[in-house]
Design a protein around this ligand. Structure first.
Ligand code: NAI
Length: 321
């Protein structure tokens, strides 16, 4: 038998909780004893229209289970109003799940400024505004648990999703920085890249895949990361879906240091390109801080060649434009 990871007395704000993944989070937190703010703008998958129904339905489901739940219908772009609902209804906020999202998929050449701006506003700015409003409460109570939502697309890119992938990548960077700033105050910040059968993916997935990718598989790892017993796992990115959970990290090749007492030319870079990009020579590392990152750069300060090396590599020609 494992530990009993209850959330009694804790207040969880889940954005976009009227459907899909957000609804699954709201249900799990409620089942495990948390009071839940069900935020949902009630908008279409492309961010058109608004309504109260999505949030109300989930609030009623949670109350029917005997849980404490309140609705909030504001856009996450007005994050202060969402957090205000938690404070008014329950007097505190302990957990924030930034999950609300929309899509405006179009090839880069066809996408408009409006498609770019709306997707950036809902995902990156929405996540920022919610956290900006919750953060002072977290600092004051020396407690906070955050899970932000990126996507595999934010890690690897995807055709037709320049707006969405860049906002999702921004969310990873925001999470990494807030994980550092929150550490001293017991504020834990992680990011997940989910794969789930929801209305967001139902149009592009066959029904049996939607079934295999139940949102109920995403909620448990999210809840685990948000539990008070997790005091050390912060700043992580996790890919989750269909009951599979994994952590992602960045790998850096050992690289090649050119002597600092010579002139570095494009030809020299070209001649060492296979060393620069080699991950398989046993020298690759997994830096997790900017300090670690800089150490390799600093290590080359002393790289002075004894006698000038002959220029290696084929001469590249740059014709004037
Ligand atoms: P969904 O479309 O089923 O649910 C999203 C909910 O967010 C909707 O109820 C919508 O009304 C709400 N919402 C949209 N804009 C809002 C705003 N400005 N303020 C408040 N609420 C708003 O989507 P799904 O699949 O549950 O996605 C949840 C999150 O997971 C999103 O951030 C999405 O980008 C991300 N994601 C989902 C994947 C999947 O496979 N389903 C894959 C990768 C990421």
């Amino acid at each position: 038998e494992g530990p009993n990871l209850r959330f009694d007395g804790k207040v969880a704000v889940v954005t976009g909780a009227g459907a899909g993944l957000g609804r699954a989070y709201a249900h799990l937190f409620a089942k495990y004893g948390a009071s839940v703010v069900v935020n949902d703008l009630g908008t279409s998958h492309s961010g058109t229209g608004t309504g109260h129904n999505a949030a109300d339905v989930v609030v009623n489901e949670l109350r029917a289970l005997g849980a404490k739940a309140v609705a909030n219908y504001d856009s996450v772009e007005d994050g202060d109003k969402v957090i205000e609902t938690a404070i008014k209804a329950f007097g505190r906020v302990d957990i924030v799940i930034n999950n609300a999202g929309i899509l405006r998929d179009k090839s880069f050449v066809r996408a408009t400024d409006a498609d770019w701006d709306l997707v950036q506003r809902v995902h990156l700015r929405g996540t920022y505004k919610i956290l900006k409003a919750a953060w002072p409460h977290f600092l004051k109570q020396k407690y906070g648990r955050v899970v932000n939502t990126t996507s595999a697309v934010g890690l690897y890119g995807n055709f037709g999703q320049a707006n969405y992938s860049s906002a999702k990548a921004g969310i990873i960077a925001l999470s990494n920085t807030l994980a550092l700033e929150g550490r001293k105050s017991n504020i834990i910040v992680n990011t997940i890249a989910p794969n789930a059968g929801t209305r967001m993916t139902a149009t592009v997935m066959p029904p049996e895949m939607v079934e295999a990718l139940k949102p109920d598989y995403i909620a448990p790892p999210v809840a685990y990361l948000c539990h008070e017993s997790n005091t050390s796992h912060t700043g992580g990115v996790y890919e989750v879906g269909s009951g599979w959970v994994a952590k992602v990290r960045q790998q850096r090749s050992g690289g090649y240091g050119f002597p600092v007492n010579g002139k570095l030319t494009p030809e020299q870079v070209a001649s060492k390109w296979s060393e620069i990009t080699n991950f398989d020579d046993g020298r690759a590392t997994y830096p997790t801080t900017t300090g670690e990152s800089f150490m390799a750069v600093q290590g080359n300060f002393e790289n002075v060649a004894k006698e000038s090396e002959p220029l290696s590599g084929k001469q590249l020609s740059f014709s004037p434009v």
